[in-house]
Ligand binder design. Sequence first.
Ligand SMILES: [Fe+2]
Ligand SMILES: [Fe+2]
Length: 274
Amino acid sequence: MNLMNKEVIKIIAFGDIIGKPGRHALKKIIPELKKECHPDIIIVNGENLAHNKGITEKILVETISYGVDFFTLGDHAFDQAKEIAKIFAKNKYPIIRPANYPPEAKVPGSGWKIIKTKKGDVAALNLMGRVFFREILDCPFRAADKALDEIKKRTNIIICDFHAEATSEKKAMGYHLDAKVSLAYGTHTHIPSADEQILPQKTAYISDVGMTGPMKSVIGSNPENSIRHFTSQLPFDYELSEDKNIEVNAIYSEIDSRNGQAIKIKRIRRFVSV
Ligand SMILES: [Fe+2]
Ligand SMILES: [Fe+2]
């Protein structure tokens, strides 16, 4: 396939960015990746940006200054309740939260949004899983269909971050979204999966992008705390690892802007010291 450069939308998607070390790694890696890949959109999952617990306005603005265009969230979206309420109330920031909260939750913000690029409008959709995770959420599959009914009126170039625990639920979502979205990727486990692929009907897919955070850690936390939790059954005291060696996990994907079909998905795994 010989597409003109202007017809190819290039996306770099990061998974969960872990606190200050993750933010500093982003600051270092984004210029490098921009030079190599010339992305039209850089999207990150921001649920752990503020010391693992949600996001603040100050940190959102700081991360935008590093070159991030758009933010999705997950189960930590409302950890900093006042901050996230302020962020959504201003209605000017490029950020969404999972679309499938039950109506009773009355959460602010929206589950999808349009990202303007020089090559056309791209929609970002955020969903959260239920298996081994948040059973009381609304069905993410139905929520996806409902959102897509609206999104499709605006664009057929669609990115979906499915923030979920179980790979079975994620893969099923991938097939559910095949042909409906351009790129469906998983976040939340903080561990990258090696199953990047283009599904039969041209949706790029990966079960989990993986985190950008300290290498010597268990999902970003000091291993000692994690071992203590599993061996004692006491509550998990998440303490951010101090390892300065940061693993950076992301995906690079190319989408045909004329029909929203995926052309490529590639894993990125680098290490930077902060
Ligand atoms: Fe996370
Ligand atoms: Fe999460």
